[in-house]
Design a protein around this ligand. Structure first.
Ligand code: PAD
Ligand code: ZN
Length: 367
């Protein structure tokens, strides 16, 4: 019987419960979770920024070991170590065929229902279904997920590091290396230096940026940003961050600017920090009702700016997970350093509090 953190309603604290888990159906696998990161998107389902069907097992940044394999699953076996992809990628739909697995139709549909690919969930309690966030539910010590949402990894990669790859690293590094078109020598701005933003910084350096300006409101986050390679820092609490970035860039703005928070104000600031002919990449997830206000002519058309959304770091997980782990082994990507705190599942509510207070890059739940 799995032990899981369940969100039973909007703005309700997660409850730690023993729940039931059905065996994997055809095309599914059961994963004994090794670790799960706590991402801002988990909190966003609890507080209604993102749509959620309650009750739900949150958690979408996980890695573990396959314990059982359903019928018709190829290429995965009991004992395999896997990273969980919160966008299962079928490889066959219109988007997967175009090399845009992060937009997979099967994965997208499942996300909207809060269930697995057929819309139903394998978690329940006393006969009542409990949904699973983004085909995952990594705040449970065991989960059944679609086999196409499991990416096999080498056994010697620590599972807590692999877990972080499943969301924050794929998203952040991918935003810089896949979504954006950073050129060697570029100046990049990263607005928001949390678990995802720190990975954008790392990705921007790998993509060839020579100057990375980190923007945050908290001194500890700006310090972390430096440790992850930022060359300049801007304290947004100390005055208009747009003016500060312009002052650092001969009044031009950055070649590429990333927003990694999800607020109307910071999204607009990020576009205004982008130079003429540059690119603004929006990663942070805003509340669904947020509308942007930008000067359409002077701010976008005349400035020839590109504004690009970024979902899951534009990742094709079967290719990108091994690539990122390779960079980790080569020492090009810092992953251990992302972990600020290690906790058991019982302390997950405190991990949400610590994230909101800006105390951590990432908290990792170890099972
Ligand atoms: P986090 O809470 O760890 O980091 C957010 C950071 O923003 C913190 O360091 C804050 O101090 C900083 N911040 C907050 N307000 C301001 C402000 N006004 N000015 C400057 N800095 C500020 O979150 P995270 O890194 O886990 O996630 C960041 C966002 O990315 C969040 O919206 C999450 O839902 C989203 C996300 N998007 C995807 C995707 O596919 N697009 C994937 C994963 C996460
Ligand atoms: Zn996430």
């Amino acid at each position: 019987m799995p032990k899981a953190a369940v969100c039973r309603g909007l703005n309700e604290a997660l409850t730690i419960e023993d729940i039931e888990l059905e065996a994997p159906r055809a095309g599914e696998v059961k994963v004994k979770m090794g670790a799960s990161g706590v991402c801002h998107s988990d909190l966003s389902i609890q507080n209604g920024t993102l749509f959620g069907s309650y009750p739900i097992v949150l958690g979408h940044e996980g890695a573990g070991v396959i314990e059982e394999v359903g019928e018709g699953v190829d290429g995965l076996a009991v004992g395999d170590h896997v990273v969980i992809s919160w966008v299962p990628q079928c490889g066959e739909c219109f988007f997967c065929q175009k090399g845009q697995g992060f937009l997979c139709e099967a994965g997208g549909l499942a996300m909207a229902t809060g269930g697995l690919l057929d819309g139903s969930t394998r978690f329940s309690k006393d006969g009542a279904p409990i949904m699973q966030m983004a085909c995952s539910g990594t705040f449970s010590d065991t989960a059944v997920i679609p086999a196409i949402g499991a990416v096999k990894i080498p056994d010697d990669i620590p599972l807590e590091v692999a877990a972080l790859v499943g969301c924050g690293v794929l998203t952040g590094v991918g935003a810089a290396t896949n979504t954006a078109s950073i050129q060697a020598g570029d100046t990049v701005v990263v607005v928001g230096c949390g678990g995802v933003g720190l990975n954008v910084i790392q990705g921007a350096l790998i993509a060839g940026a020579t100057r990375v300006i980190a923007v945050d409101m908290l001194a500890n986050k700006l310090e972390l940003a430096k440790q992850f390679g930022a060359t300049d820092i801007v304290d947004a609490s100390a005055g208009d961050p747009v003016a500060q970035v312009l002052a650092l860039t001969e009044n031009r703005g950055a070649d590429v600017a990333f927003e990694v928070i999800g607020l109307k104000q910071t999204i607009e600031q990020t576009v205004n920090m982008t130079r003429r002919g540059g690119e603004a990449v929006l990663v942070g997830v805003p509340k669904m009702e947020v509308m942007l206000e930008l000067p359409a002519f002077f701010g976008v058309v005349l400035m020839s700016k590109a504004i690009k959304g970024c979902w899951y770091g534009s990742s094709n997980v079967q290719e990108d997970v091994p690539k990122l782990l390779g960079w980790y082994r080569e020492g090009k990507l810092k992953l251990d350093e992302l972990i600020s705190r290690r906790i058991g599942i019982d302390d997950v509510n405190d991990a949400f509090r610590a994230m909101e207070a800006g105390e951590v890059a990432r908290t990792v739940i170890n099972y």
